[in-house]
Design a binder for this molecule. Structure first.
Ligand code: ATP
Length: 324
């Protein structure tokens, strides 16, 4: 392998820069020429490609977002789009690709890799942490810290006014951000799609704790929760409890996607970046690099996209016990 292209695609995540840096630096280390592809698959189709060197990734390890930019590319799902991308890959004489993103990005990589018999390795980068084959995806840890910092602040004001807050966090169909930040932020209740216990459970919990003189109550709600939006929840609680609770809603939104990556994310991204280049050198392809139980793991892209990571039952149990 003489030339490797690297791109970031789908939703951005803090730590993607550290991954790009590690990919580029490992390439240089192993005598491979690195190429940065801007705006994900969109840039590949539009030939927005630039040769990189060790210096092109200086001073980025601490920056959120991605210097290569990210995009969603409907064109890449078409025959013509893929053909154009293939033409550009040939023009730059790339021998392999490293794609950093979520499962959509991996699906695209698989389709493309199969169609043109081209080696691609994926690096999991998404704050949602909804990728099978790795304990943690790049960006998750930073997002958790952002959420917990916000939850701490909301707790202050909730306490001053004796309020019940519904806080919506990201995660798409997964409840990982909600579960971890719920435990770390000391929430009374965490609502996640993986373990839907219905609104009755929330009513029960609020009923139970209403007897205790709590000065504030925080309910963390995953955006994919099956009981409706946070506003629906607030409405239902109002109907059930009348003015026994003064309720408020906060949707944290895109602040969760930004910010300086945590040290944990920088280390994870650096490891996965190095591993991706080494995997390609070893002749691996159609796989995602990940770390599970502190061990390096290679997961077929097919599995990474089709399987869902499981919510750890132990976490659910802990959340239940400490929120009595
Ligand atoms: P996140 O989960 O953080 O949003 P993601 O990688 O899942 O990240 P998507 O927008 O789902 O984000 O996918 C990124 C891009 O991958 C799409 O815009 C598209 O270009 C490409 N892609 C997704 N699915 C396919 C597919 N089946 N065939 C070809 N390309 C695809």
């Amino acid at each position: 392998i003489k030339r490797i292209g690297v791109l970031t695609s789908g939703g951005d995540a803090p730590g993607m820069n550290a991954a790009i840096r590690a990919v580029v630096r490992s390439c240089v280390y192993y005598g491979i020429e690195p190429f940065g592809i801007y705006r994900g698959y969109e840039g590949l189709i539009e030939n927005d490609v630039e040769q990189m060197n060790a210096g092109s990734v200086k001073h980025i390890i601490h920056q959120g977002g991605t210097i290569l930019k990210s995009a969603r590319s409907p064109q890449f799902k078409t025959k013509e789009g893929m053909a154009q991308a293939w033409e550009n890959i040939q023009e730059h004489e790339l021998d392999a690709l490293v794609v950093i993103g979520g499962d959509g990005t991996f699906k695209g990589a698989m389709e493309f890799g199969n169609k043109y018999d081209f080696p691609i390795v994926g690096i999991p980068g998404t704050i949602d942490n909804d990728i099978y084959g790795t304990d943690f995806a790049i960006g998750f840890d930073t997002a958790l810290n952002t959420v917990v910092e916000a939850v701490d602040k909301i707790r202050d004001t909730a306490t001053s006014h004796n309020r019940l807050f519904f806080i919506e966090v990201m995660g798409r169909d997964a409840g990982f951000i909600a579960m971890y930040s719920g435990i770390g932020g000391g929430a009374e209740e965490v609502l996640i799609p993986e373990k839907d216990r219905g609104i009755e459970q929330l009513f029960e919990s609020l009923e139970r704790t209403s007897k205790r003189n709590k000065s504030s109550r925080l309910v963390i709600v995953a955006e994919g929760d099956k009981n409706g939006s946070v506003y629906d929840l607030e409405e239902q609680v109002k109907e059930q409890f009348g003015d026994r609770y003064e309720t408020k809603v906060t949707i944290l939104g895109h602040v969760q996607r930004g910010g300086r990556p945590s040290c944990g994310d920088r280390v994870l991204a650096s490891r996965l970046g190095v591993l991706s280049v080494e995997a390609l050198r070893d002749g691996k392809r159609d796989i995602m690099v990940g770390i599970r139980n502190r061990k390096v793991e290679y997961t077929e892209l097919d599995h990474a996209t089709k399987r869902n990571p499981k919510m750890d039952k132990e976490l659910v149990r802990v959340a239940d016990i400490i929120s009595i």
